[in-house]
Ligand binder design. Structure first.
Ligand code: SDX
Length: 443
């Protein structure tokens, strides 16, 4: 039955739900809440108690799982704000560690705060020397995301349960450790797959520069990181830092709601991000562009993407929230040209295929009607590939960036005095109770 929005005599916003039909209609009044931006919410916490019914929203298409002050997306307008600052301004004027400070603390750091934060993160980039042995248990051809899940999960054994994460200081130490160590873990996953020795972090480098040198330096010669490439990597990290309650962030929040060790929660977030519908899409985009191979085959793939009986989808297109250009994709597209030109790869064959694919898709009714635009993953793979990063490592780079978002959201959840363990209900459509039948009497 329709729900009506109204205000009580005290001016409070309420929703009245009419349940039933004919003479047996029951009216349930539910409180509503307004945020600073975005849709109002109907608070359904009393619904089961008042009406003995649940709400049903399997993929959380219209369900707010929490209150947050960290990131805001306006999907219709293609707006992304971190603590009120637009992603375009942060990507243009800021750097990744400054955005990390903002996401965690709620404000941009002043010069002194920034200097201390950079120092503290830099001095947490090393791994306990025993951690290197976790890599050696994997085959050399193990997918880096499998390695990341395993090694990050193992960190929970290094900072163990006696740490009380209800203590804000313990949470901040875990936050610094996680942000600082992810580049080292991702770089070592790459080195291990290449059969090259691990390269240690160097405190003289910036965050993105350090990540690049740990990936590509060897003991044989000095390694110089191109400033353009380091800046492009820093910008990629900013663009992937946080994104409201996406699948991996929701996983970290749900795991954390039980009081689980934060490193184990981040391992669960990495596992979720790995999926091709989520952070694994950047690797899938490159595979797709290589499969298309040339502009004249684009039509064939567009047809397949539109065929409801074909599971093929255009990787890097579409988004649960953005029904306009993903602002991160817009920034990434420009950066792709800069990096390719810097790397002398302006003739990269995948870029013209990507540009033509985007042009065709944006004119095609199927995509226009469904508001399917390029998302953050569409161009990121082209830039990462131009930097010499193998496609199997793309999602690990996404995880390095998203760790600050996961930790900021985990802290916000742990800080909430009303925190409760997340435990969704269900609609049951299985058998009603039935008697056990001994095997001799079964058909
Ligand atoms: C990320 O949540 C986040 O914020 C995620 C992220 C972040 O920063 O954390 O932004 C990062 O994960 C970006 C998304 C990366 N994934 C991909 O690029 C994979 C390809 N995209 C699709 O799988 C899809 O668009 C999703 C998963 C991103 C969104 O799927 P939804 O919201 O569940 O939408 P849907 O699958 O219901 O699609 C609606 C319609 C369907 O057609 P109809 O049933 O209405 O006929 O659009 C179609 C879909 O078939 N559709 C596509 C398509 N994406 C959706 N058709 C062809 N190609 C596509 N890419």
């Amino acid at each position: 039955m329709p729900t009506k929005k109204s205000t009580t005599s005290s001016g409070k916003l309420t929703a009245t739900l009419r349940i039933g039909h004919g003479d047996s209609v029951k009216e349930i009044e539910l409180p509503m809440q307004s945020g600073t931006m975005g849709p109002d919410v109907i608070d359904v916490r009393q619904l089961y108690g008042k009406a003995n019914v649940f709400t049903y929203d399997p993929a959380f298409m219209a369900t707010a799982s929490c209150e947050s002050r960290i990131t805001y997306i306006d999907g219709e307008k293609g707006v992304l704000l971190h603590r009120g600052y637009s992603i375009a301004e942060l990507a243009k004027n800021g750097d990744f560690l400054e955005v990390c400070y903002l996401l965690i603390n709620g404000e941009l750091p002043n010069a002194e705060q920034k200097k201390k934060f950079v120092h503290d993160i830099t001095h947490h980039t090393m791994l306990h020397d025993q951690v290197q042995y976790f890599f050696r248990g994997f085959r050399r051809d193990a997918h880096p995301m499998a390695v990341m899940v395993g090694v990050v999960g193992a960190l929970s054994a290094f900072y163990h349960d006696e740490t009380d994460y209800n203590e804000p200081h313990a949470r901040m130490v875990a936050t610094y450790r996680m942000i600082a160590k992810m580049p080292t873990i991702a770089a070592w996953a790459y080195k291990y797959s290449m059969g090259q020795p691990f390269v240690y972090p160097q405190n003289r480098f910036g965050f993105a520069e350090n990540f690049m040198q740990m990936m590509f330096a060897t003991p044989c010669e000095e390694y110089q990181v191109s400033p353009v490439v380091a800046r492009a990597m820093d910008q990629i990290l900013i663009l992937h830092a946080d994104h409201e309650q996406n699948a991996s962030t929701s996983t970290v929040r749900l795991a954390g709601s039980s009081g689980a060790n934060p490193f184990a929660c981040i391992a669960a977030g990495i596992a979720t991000l790995w999926g091709p519908a989520h952070g694994g899409a950047n690797e899938a985009v490159i595979r797709m562009l290589k499969r298309i191979g040339s502009k004249d085959r684009i039509g064939e793939f567009i047809t397949r993407a539109k065929d409801p009986n074909d599971t093929f989808r255009l990787m890097g297109f579409g988004h649960r929230v953005y029904k306009n250009f993903d602002p991160r994709a817009t920034i990434m597209r420009k950066s792709a040209h800069d990096v390719l030109n810097e790397m002398g790869m302006g003739d990269n064959p995948l870029l013209p295929i990507a540009m033509e694919l985007e042009r065709i898709a944006l004119e095609d009714d199927y995509f226009v009607q469904r508001k399917l635009y390029p998302n953050v993953d569409f161009y990121s793979g082209i830039i990462l590939q131009a930097m010499g990063i193998p496609s199997r490592l793309f999602t690990a780079v996404f995880a390095v960036a998203r760790t600050v978002g996961w930790m900021a959201q985990w802290n916000e959840m742990m800080d909430d005095p009303g925190r409760k363990i997340g435990r969704p209900r269900q609609i049951y459509t299985g058998h009603t109770q039935r008697a056990y039948v001994p095997v001799k009497r079964r058909a």
